[in-house]
Design a protein around this ligand. Structure first.
Ligand code: C5P
Length: 229
């Protein structure tokens, strides 16, 4: 059994619209609602905490979705602050050893098969796991002048996706340590790695995209419509 934490407190500056990206509608629902329903869809997921911005006028105030409890809390300045706030807002019944799925509010196209494989593989792992996709493009390193100065071997490189699955206590301590050290952690696995731990990579679909620009919304619409959701 697991609970989900959904960081949804980002301003989405790269998106460039007044309405934050998680509240734009695709395939009949907001991006946030798709992301939330995608994680709650699995029978082993008991409920979710959503971290929202302090002055968020768009938050619909859900208390339950799909028959499962939905709690909210105020997020923080960085993604890691928001995830930590979400972990702290989990019900007391979710003990330290229980699994928590962290899923970006901006990833509406999570496929149920990927979630099932992550829960199965991660739940059997001592550390935890994340969905990730192998890098398919050739990667260039840029010099100060913007010219290509080298090519990174891509064989062992993966793109980190979400959800990421870790135990409540271990992830809380890892995020607290990273934040105390002033480290810019951009996902949960990075905080765990800083503790010397090695999260398991579970290969996920390439189309679990993070909505970052308006063009991504059109792509998400296409993908979700094609699934008939
Ligand atoms: O900005 P980025 O696309 O990396 O954000 C990933 C997720 O983290 C988004 O769902 C965003 O709302 C969330 N986030 C947050 N609090 C922040 C920054 C980002 O909850 N301070």
């Amino acid at each position: 059994m697991a609970w989900a934490v959904i960081p949804a407190a980002g301003a989405g500056r790269r998106f460039g619209a007044a309405l934050p990206k998680q509240y734009h509608e695709v395939a009949g629902r907001s991006v946030l609602e798709h992301s939330l329903r995608a994680v709650l869809d699995h029978p082993d997921v008991d409920g979710a905490v959503i971290a929202i911005a302090a002055d968020d006028p768009h938050w619909p105030g859900w208390r339950e979705v799909g028959g499962k409890p939905v709690l909210s809390c105020i997020g923080g300045g960085e993604r890691a602050d928001s995830v930590l706030a979400g972990l702290q807002a989990l019900p007391a019944t979710v003990d330290e050893s229980q699994w928590v799925l962290v899923h970006d509010a901006a990833r509406p196209c999570l496929h149920r098969d990927d979630l099932a494989r992550l829960l199965e593989a991660g739940g059997a792992d001592a550390v935890g796991a994340l969905l990730a996709a192998p890098v398919r493009d050739t990667l260039k390193r840029a010099g100060d002048d913007g010219r290509s100065v080298g090519t990174e071997p891509r064989e062992r490189l993966w793109r980190a996706l979400t959800p990421q699955l870790f135990r409540r206590g271990g992830l809380t301590r890892a995020l607290q340590a990273a934040l105390a050290a002033g480290a810019a952690v951009t996902d949960e696995a990075m905080a765990m790695e800083r503790m010397g731990l090695k999260p398991r990579l579970v290969e996920g679909r390439d189309d679990n995209l993070k909505v970052t620009t308006p063009a991504d919304l059109a792509l998400a619409e296409f993908l979700l419509a094609g699934r008939g959701k």
